[in-house]
Design a binder for this molecule. Structure first.
Ligand code: NDP
Ligand code: 8X3
Length: 255
């Protein structure tokens, strides 16, 4: 039988892209979203040719509520009625430094993307998940920054603490509809995350991952697939996943 659709935000890079590749390998069809359309189109073509599943690229900015609504409304009825899993992954950190030196544009980008974007997408997709006749699940990508606060992390940490709280709130509110709600809270993982955080400074970004083996995007994708393939009576609420070399947000064993 044809497997349903997984709706993945932030699939043009990092964790979202790795989730798209892995879920497609398992036979799921996909809606992949992000702002960089060329990347989405390219990924869709590659996955379709490799795995013979449907892949719908959907290009929009999660911060723009009207764009979120329009992109979801534009999906075909067949796709809308077959979405069983939402992976709320799109997100970013911008800047790292003392709060009194913070830049309000950086704060807005983080709060608007990580918190409000997740809300807009969830609000748009949940009605279809509710109506789907089969197992249903939402997986939110939080962070160790949603469990601890570290120097210079202030607003990014606050935004990921909000994801932690929203995950718990969703689990309560969606319980009557038997929708599983899970969070994955990763530690240090080498993706485009640090290049974005440090505004294109590749040298500073690379230094974050020097001297130990960080997580890779595929580690997060494998975790998401594990959560999505538990039996109907099992929900894994929360997974904190870190490199073996990382004890907490600030303590990393480097060579
Ligand atoms: P990447 O920078 O590699 O990927 C981020 C993805 O989010 C991209 O596909 C990007 O697409 C998308 N995105 C960012 N802003 C927007 C927006 N406004 N609208 C739509 N899509 C957007 O980072 P990661 O894969 O590492 O990050 C994925 C998630 O994991 C984030 O929520 C991040 O906070 C979280 N995380 C990352 C960790 C790490 O160490 N890497 C650890 C813990 C959590 P595009 O630019 O095309 O819009
Ligand atoms: C990304 C991991 O530790 O840089 O969420 O905040 S960290």
């Amino acid at each position: 039988m044809k497997k349903p659709f997984v709706y993945i935000t932030g699939a043009s890079a990092g964790f979202g892209k790795a989730c798209a590749e892995l879920f497609a390998k398992e036979g799921y069809s996909l809606v992949i979203t992000g702002r960089r359309n060329e990347r989405l189109e390219e990924l869709a073509e590659t996955i379709k040719s490799e795995h013979n599943v449907e892949v719908i690229p959907s290009c929009f900015d999660v911060r723009d509520e009207a764009a979120v609504k329009a992109a979801v409304a534009n999906l075909s009825d067949d796709v809308k009625s077959n979405i069983s899993i939402l992976i709320n992954n799109a997100g970013l950190a911008v800047g790292k430094g003392p709060i009194d030196e913070g830049i309000s544009d950086d704060w807005n980008r983080m709060i608007d993307t990580n918190v409000k974007g997740l809300l807009y997408v969830s609000r748009a997709i949940i009605p279809f998940i509710k109506a789907f006749d089969g197992p249903r699940q939402i997986i939110n990508i939080g962070s160790i920054a949603g469990k601890e606060v570290y120097p210079g992390g202030n607003v990014y940490c606050a935004s990921k603490h909000a994801v932690d709280a929203l995950t718990k709130g969703m689990r309560i509110d969606l319980l009557p509809h038997t929708i599983k709600v899970s969070q994955i809270a990763p530690g240090l993982a080498e993706t485009e995350f640090s290049v974005v955080r440090f505004k294109g400074d590749q040298e500073v970004a690379d230094a974050v991952y020097d001297g130990y083996e960080p997580l890779l995007a595929k580690d997060i994708a494998e975790t998401a697939l594990f959560l999505a393939t538990r039996p109907a009576h099992v929900n894994i609420d929360d997974v904190i996943i870190k490199p073996t070399a990382q004890a907490n947000s600030t303590i990393v064993k480097k060579n």
